[in-house]
Design a protein around this ligand. Structure first.
Ligand SMILES: [Zn+2]
Ligand SMILES: [Zn+2]
Length: 80
């Protein structure tokens, strides 16, 4: 796991898509909804982690860091 290091490309692309692993997730105009512009899957940001059940605060929808569970580092995104 690469954590806390500088992004490989020198700039931050965004959160990784749980489906294809590419860092091309983008927020949509619907709150809590994301779309991967690489594989075109759509995702919904959950308020609790599908892995460990921990709740997250999703007050800051624009902050992409919120798509990762702080407890177990799993993705909080579910395909829709
Ligand atoms: Zn994708
Ligand atoms: Zn979790």
């Amino acid at each position: 796991m690469a954590e806390g290091g500088a992004p490989a490309g020198g700039f931050n692309l965004g959160p990784e898509c749980p489906g294809c692993g590419e860092p091309w997730l983008r927020g949509t105009n619907l709150a809590g909804r994301y779309r991967c512009v690489y594989c075109l899957r759509r995702y919904e940001l959950r308020s609790e982690c599908p892995d460990c059940g921990a709740h997250s605060t999703i007050a800051r929808m624009s902050d992409t860091a919120n798509v990762i569970c702080r407890a177990c580092k799993a993705s909080m995104l579910r395909p829709i």
